[in-house]
Design a binder for this molecule. Sequence first.
Ligand code: GLU
Ligand code: MG
Length: 632
Amino acid sequence: MGLLSLGTPLSWEQAAQLAPHVRKHGIEQLLSVWREQGGRSDDPMLWGDEIEYVIVVFDEATKTARLSLRQEKILSVLETCCAQESVDPTERVTFHPEYGRFMIESTPGAPFDSTIAGLLDVERNMQLRRVLIRKNVEETELPMTITSFPRLGVTDAPFTEPAYEANGTASHSLFLPDEVINTHVRFPTLTANIRTRRGSKVAINVPIYKDEKTPSPFIDPTIPWDRDIFPEDPDAKNGAALEDHIYLDAMGFGMGCCCLQVTLQAASIRDACHIYDQLIPITPLLMAVSAASPAYRGYLADVDCRWNIISGAVDDRTAAERGVAPMGQEQLHNSPLTPARRLRKSRYAAVDSYLSSTETAVRNSDQPLEKDEEIEAYLQASGLEPALAAHFAHLFIRDPLVIFSERIEQEDSSSMDHFENIQSTNWQTMRFKPPPHGGHIGWRVEFRPMEVQLTDFENAAFSVFLMLLTRAIKALGTDLYMPITQVDENMARAQKRDAVHSQKFFFRRSWVPSDVQETKEYSVSELFLGTDEFPGFVPLVRRYLDSLDVTAGDRARLDEYIDLIAARASGTLQTAATYIRDYVRAHPAYRKDSVISEEINYDLLRHLDDVERGRVTAPNFLPESYAGHIAT
Ligand code: GLU
Ligand code: MG
């Protein structure tokens, strides 16, 4: 997540003074790259995925599964083994640090192309990465692609190896020690500066899943209500922790979650805007189908996705900006040079506008966009199209959170550091990525809402399906523009428990550009499998493939991916979230009280590992054909 500069980080008070400097030069850097690269065209649609893992350490004797904090060590070992470059570029892999000291991220070492052959490379490459991590961790450790570790932050027993006390100065959390945060100074600084800018600890209240014996109201007995180390400690008692909710109070609860992201290179800047726009209405839907995170801090939650948890975990807005306190002193105190204004969303949130400047795109960007008007005017005067200028002027209302004293002065014609500082801490459902200087990479679009899946077969299926859908949308010229406010509503619904069955989503009735742009509510199944009004994503992709010259063997492989997505969307196979919830509820030690004990957690993770390795089948969750996809 984001760039890792080395140096001495500034405190929030110091960084706040430099916000105008970073914004000004960040915009110059954007313009510089735009002048250099804005005219490029015909770039091939290269693409790649990002997968995040947690490292779990199992203890057979005590039947515990905890988080291993050996990220740094593991990454340094992986770095040496990756240095031996594979001859075949499709077999190259790369590993990266992530927020949690218990996390690792992997990407392909070189992008795939989006030919059918290129799409079929991804699963093998994902498997190579998983197996490589597995080989380079201790015998008791295991990389697992689970979106939220069920017992992160519990207080009844240790949840990391080694265990630390929660009394860290970066997060002030009642539950998470600072030792769960990546050792790179950027991460504790980000954590501390979000808290300081906000003027309080982050506070996330996830509705608890009320089971037969869950107390009602549920008042969490595991919160250390009377702790008195940090000034914010009484907050929990004074309203920060809500009844009937799982209370989380640190950035790590959000950025400790894992996801699956896909980045693709567009042909040109205009093509990138077009793809970005067309994929926006898809973001909540693929999130709902990929739902994989039903448990937090030792409890079953009444949501299935991580999205709002991360959103709350990095919400650096002051009370006034959030609209829960009047504008005034507080804002002035925290950021003397940044004008006070209401901000509707956290820095981690669904996108707020379309990027094309066409009449349809502009009309559907129906959300009042908070913008730095000066930046917007300047970008427009410099030649950027209005919607794109508005987009960056919107991202740039945020303050830079981490500034390194050695990196304040930069050459705007060659550096992108100040730009990236703000760009990479706007974590939206889609990210529009300008090329780096130099010309070897084009304009890219990143698709960010999906939850990571347990197996590489599934991760490949979601990635390939997204790529095929993108190609089909482009080739068939579909028009999916719909009001951003409805996409936001869909995001809220997509996170609800069992959204695939329980929710309906707004979507365009007709996908033909010239038709009436009316939306209606559909179930996930209708959207993916089609209705008599419109084709559905799955038939659209299949029809598109029919029009290509694909060998029978390749088509069969692609169909396995498409079938999986269709099965998850129609409910014939369960999402990971439902599968995990059901496993917990059926466990003999489960007391029907929403609690995931150490024993249940251990058995669950062991079971998920067995499923991933094909040692046990999970017919409600994975198709029979999974047997042919096991990572070895
Ligand atoms: N782990 C974050 C998520 O689940 C994303 C962090 C990143 O941008 O790499 O959305
Ligand atoms: Mg990441």
